[in-house]
Design a protein. Structure first.
Length: 402
């Protein structure tokens, strides 16, 4: 049975299958679960086929010199629906963090099947660009980082300027990724001492805000633009050159309450940009900078969405990361640390242990059941509809500004 989801007014429940084929028409072959996949290869096939079925313009960008876990080619794929060089554009991206792509890919396949949503975007004059698997290597190999252990969502910084500092990272790496696994009692005591001095949020910031001093470590942002970085920028230049307003939803998983999509502001620390994002998606768009402690995330440097400010300077930007909760934070953190330790010390670990850890990591970032999937699809759909409504008003609001 497909999950029941909330997709509008409070109490407005319906089965997702009834909508994605349009006004009340149900296609039994398109269900909540069928939008999602069990491997990167399957996800890519579903995305490409759904794009072909609805006449989307498709592009593929093959990652050179690397293959997937089954030997398959690895690619960032795009599907575009709308006018040439649109004035208004909605981008929905998936797989920035590799293994998190199971969720985002399912949302994108659902959007491609959603006639009602596509009609609303068309009526608002909004082009729709879906960027599938920004980090295809991590998606296929069940890891958050890319082929070079780079966290792609920490890689979009100005590499011609001094790199953002990484205070405390090497100190915390010594006890969260110790020489042996699991961490010893002494490692745990050192972590507890750090928390007593800096707080739990201080530990999370030291570990996950983005570091560029330990290439085999956690949340490594790299010291040069990754292939994914360069490819995303090329895609933006192709599709956003004429756009005056661009909304971007980058889909993530792993933080927050089960099935809840927290809206994480992904733009500049600019009052007007923040107001624009909240006017679109609501006042529950959370800020992670300026000492804010309400969000499930800490402040991060090098977000993928920040590339919009470089490549589409003419466009007003509405940028948000949609972060869906999975397991309790401790379970996600444990899976992430173990997987990172295995990557850094792979020669010490047998193949069966490596495979088991990869499956645990996948389960930490993707809940393979229809209830969770239904919650995700409903909230993702609402976020897209909010863009259609917000950008439909763009010309009037833009003309009224001094």
């Amino acid at each position: 049975m497909a999950a029941m989801v909330v997709v509008g007014r409070a109490g407005d429940f319906y089965d997702f299958r009834f909508h994605i084929q349009g006004e009340g028409a149900m296609n039994p072959s398109i269900s909540t679960g069928s939008c999602f996949s069990g491997t990167y290869a399957e996800a890519r096939q579903k995305f490409v086929e759904a794009g072909m079925a609805c006449g989307a313009r498709a592009r593929q960008f093959i990652l050179p010199d690397h293959r997937g876990v089954f030997g398959e080619p690895l690619s960032i794929d795009t599907a575009y629906i709308g006018p040439d060089q649109p004035r208004r554009l909605l981008i929905v991206s998936s797989g920035t963090h590799g293994v998190e792509g199971f969720c985002g890919s399912g949302c994108q396949v659902a959007v491609l099947h959603d006639t009602g949503l596509k009609d609303r975007l068309a009526q608002a004059g909004v082009g729709l660009l879906l960027i599938h698997a920004i980090n295809p290597y991590g998606f296929s190999h069940l890891q958050r980082t890319n082929e070079d252990n780079i966290d792609v969502n920490r890689n979009f910084v100005d590499f011609d300027a001094p790199l953002p500092p990484s205070p405390h990272y090497l100190e915390v790496e010594s006890f969260v990724l110790p020489p042996q696994w699991p961490p010893s009692g002494q490692d745990i005591e050192r972590q507890q001492a750090f928390v007593r001095q800096h707080g739990e949020r201080g530990l999370r910031h030291a570990v996950s805000s983005g570091q560029r001093v330990s290439p085999q470590g956690l949340f490594y942002g790299g010291t040069a633009p990754s292939w994914s970085n360069r490819t995303v920028r090329a895609i933006l230049r192709e599709h956003g050159a004429a756009a005056q307003a661009i909304a971007w939803i980058d889909i993530h998983t792993g933080l927050g309450p089960y099935g809840h999509g927290e809206k994480l502001y992904a733009g500049r620390n600019d009052a007007r940009d923040i107001a624009r994002a909240r006017a679109c998606w609501g006042s529950d768009v959370f800020l992670t900078f300026s000492g804010n402690t309400d969000s499930v995330s800490v402040d991060v440097t090098g977000l993928v969405c920040s590339s919009l400010h470089d490549e589409c300077v003419q466009a007003e930007a509405l940028l948000v990361g949609l972060e869906f909760g999975t397991l309790p934070f401790s379970a996600v953190q444990s899976a992430l640390y173990h997987a990172a330790w295995i990557r850094a010390h792979g020669g010490k670990v047998d193949a069966a242990t490596r495979a088991a850890a990869a499956r645990v990591l996948r389960d930490a970032f993707y809940c393979d059941n229809d209830v969770w999937k239904g919650m995700i699809l409903g909230q993702a759909r609402v976020a897209c509809l909010q863009v259609a409504q917000s950008l439909a008003r763009f010309d009037t609001e833009h003309a009224a500004q001094p």
